[in-house]
Design a protein around this ligand. Sequence first.
Ligand code: TXA
Ligand code: MG
Length: 311
Amino acid sequence: MTRTLTETPDDVAEAARLLRQGRLVAFPTETVYGLGADATNDTAVAAIYEAKGRPRFNPLIIHLPDIDSVHRYAVLDGPALALARAVWPGAMTLVLPLRRDAGLSPLVTAGLDSVAVRLPDLGLARRLLAAVGRPVAGPSANPSGRVSPTTAQHVIDGLGGRIDAVLDGGACGVGLESTIVGFDPAPTLLRPGGIAAETLAEHIGAPLARPGVNTQITAPGQLASHYAPNGTVRLNVTAPEPGETLLGFGPVGASLNLSPTGDLAEAAANLFRHLRRLDDMGVSRIAVSPVPETGLGLAINDRLRRAAAPR
Ligand code: TXA
Ligand code: MG
């Protein structure tokens, strides 16, 4: 049985209590819902992998309520600190050197000497994190390989019965996972996401590097097939074929449109919801309008390419 908790102080306290007891609680952020567990508790973190059906142990993001608490777990200085001050709380995750005495479960970092950290920009999430008083590990709250959840109902649809509770904070405003930045050795865009790479480049006064071709692929979010709906997906379609259902962008005739006005933030917020809707409609062949490769379009196209990848 998965309980649904609301944003009342009593329910937030209950969600925090469950997390401190080592239970799994899905929680809202401005990007997508996360599947939370106490990041200092091995058994709790292992339960995340079990509930999601993640095939192997991959590093997880820890969620914290404020910059002060980041220093207890990670080394935050130089350009990383500049980005943190400019963007947090917000849709950005920083991969930072792990402090030796951090006390995190090694399952969180998959044995690496770095840790991914995020401060979500949602009052409910920050109240929860402050009440827990420990770092909360949180991958997206979906079964492995499926579309990330942007409502509490999406979480229940995918993980109902497998987790203890979901804290319902309504629909996520951004709708795409965070942008991930590493610093080994220079600021590098590890995953495009909910804040545009151009915005981050402005804050550090230089464009972000992109990972080299030899970068080891270590996480499901970086595997080719991911974010997969049930139907097949064909991209950059201006003229759908008979039998295809168009997922539109911009002023095109489509049963579902990411943003009729061509607004990328609106398209990001709608992407996962519309992919789920196409599943609910039983669509077997999805065609998608071209989406420009700038700003949030980088992250939208990244998720769409993975949805379209051979499975
Ligand atoms: O918006 C988000 O980031 C959401 C919400 C819940 O915060 N979380 C999320 O988590 O998308 P997840 O597990 O689906 O993706 C986390 C990604 C992994 O793909 C992994 O590549 C990267 O974070 N990651 C975590 N730790 C890392 C590390 N030490 N080094 C490099 N990449 C890391
Ligand atoms: Mg995910």
